[in-house]
Ligand binder design. Structure first.
Ligand code: ADP
Length: 526
């Protein structure tokens, strides 16, 4: 039995709740031992005391009917429940709950691929389906469709989409390629959104809006319901594609890289979520920091120059792909090459693939719908017990904004003793700027510094009008408070909706800074 309990629930009542939960899902699907709960601790916590964000138990239902029974028990005992699909939201908290003592509702046993339609190019999945699962299914059935994987292929399609994760093909914006949901509300009501609200809904995964207000995005990064089914559009497999790597020599070339990429992205010459990454991030995929620099403080530019020279890469590296019929691919790639070739010192390499060929490396694989785990290689960058937390501001798609965000973040990271390990992923009018702080979890000084740094980076960004798209449990309240137009009207509206849908406040209290009335005094606590 774990020694963390849900707040305000006595031990006898908690034991009684656990007995009732066991009678619904089976005793083996209620986890309470410290040993089993360890899997649900934040794997990369920058908060050194393990008490933060600890679960009191984990419940693993197998059906929507079981979820409904679990909700009934939770409402009766006032148990806060923290739903996860597979709980691999690493760098943002993993499977750990925001409110210590919450019961994690792990949906990984609900892992059926319910439908894949090759003609209309969509799938319907349950929460436990991973990118690896869906990719394997498409392969096994010889379907000419690609899934767009998240950077770590073991993640849940539902979990990543709800967190507005992104990938690297033309379908890289996962939230934008979602269509149709089934959601269970806190009172046990089952809702289908959009065209799914028609009992025999023939266009559930085809037209997002339905009739009247549309709600799918309301269940993203929120605590308004438990998503039990999700539709997503899949990319028709292209007949050919080219994956290109542009190497730019100077630190200041970020600006030109962004200015060159934007028009190509806006006119759809380049349709994928292209990536602009710094030399250090590239190096972390193939080497350790100590191969280049072993001194204290951030890596000096001379060591970065050595990386660029010895690995034969750019100080900035643009990775993009063009897809389509072979002749279209030729034209699109020629146009993109021409644009980048204008930049002083640019070198361009490209690999061409036929439809059924698969790139070998993880990075190129991600641009061709092949999930991988190579992103985790970066954890070895600093040695020790490697972990990372991510600062993830949205950046307007201009060279000026990108340079500004880069310079400010780099200087702050250096002040706290970290390298700028970052890069930009291209949406259409914005860039996701992802700045990972890589630290050794066994080194308390580094861990503390990494935690403090996140708030400082967010404050710096906010003072220039930028905000993050996603954040760790520890900074959810802080991030929400930065979205402060009209004295926080947006968060007030979210909490009005929360109280209406979940008056007992059982679903994910504190998620994205949204606290139900009954737990509102916990805002800001960690
Ligand atoms: P992944 O394993 O793909 O990284 P998670 O399962 O950790 O994703 O989910 C990420 C976050 O999304 C969770 O912490 C939770 O807040 C939310 N979430 C995940 N699945 C659901 C779901 N089925 N219903 C509601 N919210 C969910």
């Amino acid at each position: 039995m774990a020694n963390v309990r849900p707040p305000n629930v006595s031990e006898p009542r908690f034991l009684s709740a656990l007995r009732e939960l066991s009678s619904v899902v089976g005793a083996s699907n209620v986890l309470t031992s410290d040993d089993r709960l360890r899997d649900y601790a934040d794997p990369f916590t920058p908060q050194p005391q393990a008490r933060h964000f600890a679960a009191s138990a984990v419940v693993l239902p197998a059906t929507a009917g079981e979820i409904r029974e679990v909700l009934k028990i939770a409402r009766a005992y006032r148990l806060p429940l923290w739903p996860v699909s597979t709980g691999r939201n690493f760098a943002y908290g993993g499977g750990a709950p925001r409110l210590t003592g919450s019961v994690v509702l792990d949906l990984k046993r609900m892992n059926r691929i319910l439908e894949v339609d090759e003609t209309l190019a969509y799938a319907v999945v349950e929460p436990g389906v991973t990118y690896f699962d869906l990719h394997a299914y498409l392969r096994r059935h010889g379907l000419k469709l690609w899934v767009d994987p998240a950077a770590a292929g073991w993640g849940s399609v539902v979990g990543n989409t709800l967190e507005r994760g992104f990938g690297y093909t033309a379908y890289g914006d996962h939230a934008a390629h979602q269509c149709g949901m089934e959601v269970m509300l806190a009172d046990g009501e089952l809702v289908r959104t959009g065209m799914g609200a028609i009992e025999i809904g023939r266009a559930w995964q085809l037209y997002k809006a339905g009739f009247g207000p549309s709600y799918d995005t309301m269940f993203m990064q929120s605590n308004f319901g438990i998503v039990t089914k999700l539709g997503l559009w899949l990319m028709p497999r292209p007949d050919a594609y080219v994956i290109a790597h542009v190497k730019l020599p100077g630190e200041g070339d970020l600006e030109a890289a962004v200015e060159t990429l934007r028009p190509l992205r806006l006119d759809e010459t380049i349709r994928n979520h292209a990536v602009i990454e710094g030399a250090i991030r590239h190096a972390a995929g193939v080497s350790a920091r100590s191969d280049w620099y072993d001194g204290a403080g951030p890596m000096p530019e001379s060591a970065v120059a050595e990386i660029v020279r010895r690995l034969d890469i750019g100080r900035w590296n643009v990775h993009f792909a063009v897809y389509g019929a072979p002749d279209l691919v030729d034209l699109r790639f020629a146009a993109a090459r021409r644009a980048f070739a204008r930049l002083p010192g640019a070198r361009i390499e490209a690999n061409r693939y036929a439809a059924d060929a698969e790139p070998a490396g993880g990075g190129e694989g991600n641009m061709a719908g092949v999930p991988a785990m190579s992103a985790f290689r970066m954890l070895d960058w600093r040695g020790g017990n490697g972990a990372h937390v991510d600062f993830s501001p949205i950046c307007p798609f201009t060279g000026r904004d990108a340079m500004r965000q880069y310079s400010v973040a780099k200087a702050r990271l250096a002040e706290y003793g970290f390298d700028y390990y970052g890069g930009f992923t291209a949406g259409e009018r914005h860039l996701h700027h992802i700045v990972a702080t890589i630290f050794d979890r066994d080194d308390p000084k580094q861990t503390d510094a990494a935690a403090d740094l996140q708030r400082v980076l967010m404050s710096d960004a906010r003072s220039e009008g930028y905000g993050v798209y996603r954040t760790h449990l520890a900074t959810m309240d802080f991030a929400a408070s930065q979205y402060d137009f009209n004295d926080g009207a947006l968060l007030r509206m979210s909490e009005t909706i929360k109280d209406a849908l979940d008056p007992e406040g059982i679903l994910a209290p504190g998620k994205s800074g949204i606290w139900p009335r009954v737990w509102r005094d916990k805002r800001g606590d960690i």
